[in-house]
Design a protein. Sequence first.
Length: 346
Amino acid sequence: MTASFTRRSLLSLAGVAGVGLAVAACSKASDSTGPTGGPSSAGTGAASATTRPVAAKLEPAQVPLAGAVTVTVTGSGLAAVRGVTVGGVVARDVRATAGQVTFTAPHQAMYTAGSADVALFATELTPVASANQSSDGNGSAANDGQTGATQDSSAAATPTPTASPVPDASTALATTSLAYAALTDVDRQLEYAMRYWKDYNLTEYGTMNPIGGDCANYVSQTLIARGWKQRDDWYSRSAGAAHSATWTYCPAMDPWMTTNATTLGLTRRSLDERSKVKVGDVVFYDWNANGSPDHTTIVSEVFTEPDGTVRIKSASHNQDGPYRDLDEMITVQHPGGTAWFHTFDA
C-alpha cells in the first residue's frame, strides 16, 4: 500500500508540475505577444508602471526672484525629459538622466515672491522673451525721456506678452514646485521696479514728469531698493520736493556715476560690451547722438538668442514699461540712437 500510494502520488505530482510548467510558458508568451503577435496590453501596462517619471525631490527648494541658479530634480524615469517650465516660463540648460534633471531657473516673470509649479516635458521647449511694451506710455515718442510730459496712468499702455510655445502643464511627464523669494539685493531692486513701473510711488518720491521726466527718479528709487543710501550729492526728500540733479536728471546722473564709479562699485561700458550686462544694471540712452543722455532705465532681463545675439530688456518710466527692448528703442523708436551701461562689479 505504501509503495503503491507513493508511486501514484509521484505520478500525480509530476502531472501537476507538467501543467504548471505549461501555464508558466503560456504566461511568459502572453507578456511578450498579444493574440496577433504584437505586444499585449498587459505587458505594456507593466512596462509603463515601472518607467513612469517621478519627480521625488527638488533642490534648492527656494530660488532668487532673478533666477539664474541651477536646480536639480531627482527621481526616477526622467531620461525622457527634454523641456522644463517654472511658473509657465521656459527654463534653459535642461539636462536629463534617468535619475535627475538639471536646469537653470528663469527669473520670476514679474519678480514677485511665491510658489511656482515646475513641469517636466518630453519635448524641447524654446525660451522666449518676457512681455515687451513697444508703444509709448502716453502715446507719444516725445514722452520717452526728459521732455516734460506728465505721466497719465489711464493712458499708459499695457505690455503685450510675447507669444509663448509653452504647453499645458497637464501634458507634463511629471510636476513638482519651488518657491521664489527676494534673497538678494538685485531681487529687491527688481521687485521694487516691477511694483512701481506703472503705479508711481508718489508718497515717497513724487513724480518729476512736470519738470522734465521721471525716468532718472525711477532708476534712483530702484537703487535705493537695491541697498544704496542717499548722499549729500544724490538725494530726494519730502516726496521729491527737494532733490539733487544727480537723482532726477540724466545728464547729471551719468557723469556722477562715472566720477563715483569706484565708491559705487560700477563700471561704465559701451554698447559693444552688452555681453557683460546683468539684471539690475543701469542703461543710458542718447537719442540724437550728441553725447548727452536723454533717457535711463534699469535692466530687467538679459538672454542670448540662438544666433548668439545678447538681448537686453529694461524697466522704465517715460515710457512706462517693465520689459522694453534696447535694440527696438535705438533703432525703431529712435533711429540713430545709441546706449551705454553702468554695470555692477559684484
